[in-house]
Design a protein around this ligand. Sequence first.
Ligand code: SF4
Length: 328
Amino acid sequence: MKKVRASMGTLGVLGLEMIQMDTPPTTAYLQIYTEKRCNANCQFCAQAKSSSADLTHIARGMYVPYDLGAVVSRLKMAYDRGYLARACIQTALYDSWWWDTVHLIKMIRENSQIPISLSVFPVSNERFEVIRSLNVNDIVIPLDACTPELFNKIKGKSAGGPYSWESHMDGIKRASRIFQKVGTHVMIGLGETDEDAIRLISELWKNNVNAALFSYTYVPGTQFEIAEKPQSEIIRHYRAVQLARHLIVEKLADYPDMRFENNNICDFGIDENVLLSVIEDGRAFQTSGCPDCNRPMANETFSQIFNFPKKPDDEEKENIKRELGMEI
Ligand code: SF4
């Protein structure tokens, strides 16, 4: 493998592309390189075997093939100078994916001590051990969906994919024993309710699994299209889940304290003044996941930010309150 895919923002920080960025990424977003489609068939994914979307897309981000040696040596410089604090590697399922992944990790590790996150589907314990021995710092096994039914529809058997909820949960459990802490990705907006998402995040957190939130983004040519909803409902749901996740992770409230009406959260389980101060602090609405992962413009447009790559400013916080349906 002589190439690697890198997000445009990453290439900008590495000085390999000239692009203007409001907020640069603090993590290098990479994907192992292949020109083949993935053997899995996740309905939202541009790279899925039945998708006709452009292979360079992951959600809204463009991941461009680039010379591996150039990326790895610039990565060392960017880490040493404090421009990047982490490298995140996304995998895909094709014949030589494992060897390409190991090669990429080794190349990065031979050059730099930058923390590495690896996002991968469940593998054998032996392979988890190999990943650990290569000094990967954080392992992430993306569930993407919030319920077994949605998982099956979106990336399981019903979607013509090789995965199942049970084997992903088993992979998360096995990885937790080997790595102690594990991450997952949860996509919000696939048809789950507030309660589905919050219950899952709380259960995972209790088991030392950190759920990073993504908003579902339609990529033309992919197979999953959800019935259109008003933007106000999409963003209210996203903000509610972000806020609840933050309360759970910060131990300010827990799922059993929260109340739901028609599956929408109506009580976050803490005093209103405390809730307001959490909202005004703004961190609840920043990108979640591995340390130093800010993913600018991964799911966002200029008119709708889901994950703030840095602390929201006062105007943005006022908007967040409106999006949550609060009177201001
Ligand atoms: S949370 Fe961020 S750094 Fe971690 S695997 Fe996901 S995208 Fe990569």
